[in-house]
Design a protein around this ligand. Structure first.
Ligand SMILES: [Zn+2]
Ligand SMILES: [Zn+2]
Length: 329
């Protein structure tokens, strides 16, 4: 491929390695991974929720042990996924179908993390809509009772220009897991971006820092991201950000999306070198098939030297909830 259009690789130490997959995305990045076609429509409704929850229940009951196959040992250690979208915001599948997909992945839990109000382009949820979603989650959990699979409440909340979070703090405090991400002002200068991220990490409601550099690769994934163009990583003082995550005991996300692969490889290695720093290996899935992307993130995490004891979603649901509660005050 022509190199002329490429940005300066020096601007992103992980660029050379990551660019290879950018140019030649693997087939299974885009293709379905064996999950079944959705029969339940795409609009969230109580009927759909119950039908898909029952389906998920059957899957869990007939698949009591996760049949891993020849996959990464880190993937085998994962118990859930902490970053998943639905058609409540810009996802392509209903909440119930994403829960069914989580069952197919062998998960014990899935955290539903739709977007916050300011991200209007992604149909971010107002406080009122988020409360309605919480009611739907509670119905699905009632149907899943006794199966070992549960849905945890959450949000991918925008980190605003001043580092505050784009949702009512009391509502954030009610959620099980809060992922915070920068989606705007990505070209802020280094000092401003560092301050934003450190301020967000200090917020007791935030648990996981999502796709920290915000970069985008030229990989086509789904309709919600079809218009995405290449975007370089944001500029921030990574040592300061990782030190803040360590100080407040927050997790850095390993975003599994093939069009993100965030943090880039060199930065991920650097983060892995920070003793005690925690991580979450999450798909940021916007469709059922994308829940299978977790293995891609696990491969990268393992290459960077991460082990399961540092990964928050290798904990069971109760331990994960305890960890989230431990830094909320
Ligand atoms: Zn995001
Ligand atoms: Zn997301």
């Amino acid at each position: 491929m022509a190199v002329a259009h490429r940005p300066d690789p020096d601007a992103d130490p992980g660029y050379q390695q990551d660019q290879r997959e950018d140019e030649e995305p693997r087939e299974h990045h885009q293709a379905g991974q064996g999950s079944q076609t959705c029969d339940h429509g795409t609009s969230p409704s109580r009927v759909d929720a119950c039908a898909a929850a029952q389906y998920a229940v059957q899957r869990v009951q007939t698949m009591p042990v996760w049949e891993a196959g020849p996959v990464n040992p880190l993937r085998n250690a994962l118990r859930g996924d902490c970053h998943v979208h639905t058609d409540w915001s810009d996802g392509g599948a209903s909440l119930a179908d994403m829960v069914r997909g989580a069952a197919e992945q062998g998960h014990d839990y899935v955290v539903i993390t739709d977007h916050s109000p300011r991200l209007t382009i992604a149909n971010g949820l107002t406080a009122a809509r988020l409360r309605r979603q919480l009611a739907e989650v509670s119905e699905i959990n009632a149907a899943l009772m006794g199966t070992g699979l549960r849905v945890l409440t959450g949000i991918e909340v925008d980190i605003l220009a001043d580092g505050s979070l784009d949702q009512d703090p009391d509502l954030l405090a009610e959620l099980d897991v809060v992922v915070g991400s920068v989606h705007s002002g990505l070209r802020d200068d280094r000092a401003v971006m560092t301050r934003r991220m450190v301020t967000a990490l200090a917020d007791p409601n935030l648990d996981i820092l999502g796709h920290c550099t915000g970069r985008k690769l030229r990989v086509k994934t789904d309709a919600a991201h079809a218009a995405s163009r290449w975007r370089p990583p944001s500029d921030f003082d990574a040592d300061a950000v990782f030190a803040a995550a360590l100080r407040y005991d927050k997790a850095i996300e390993v975003n599994c999306r093939p069009d993100r692969r965030d943090p880039p490889s060199e930065l991920l290695k650097r983060a892995a070198g920070v003793t005690g720093l925690r991580f979450a290996i999450d798909t940021d899935a916007h469709a059922v098939d994308q829940l299978g992307w977790q293995e891609l993130g696990c491969e990268r995490a393992q290459t960077a030297g991460l082990t399961a004891d540092r990964v928050v979603n290798a904990m069971d649901a109760d331990a994960l909830l305890d960890w989230c509660a431990s830094h909320a005050n």
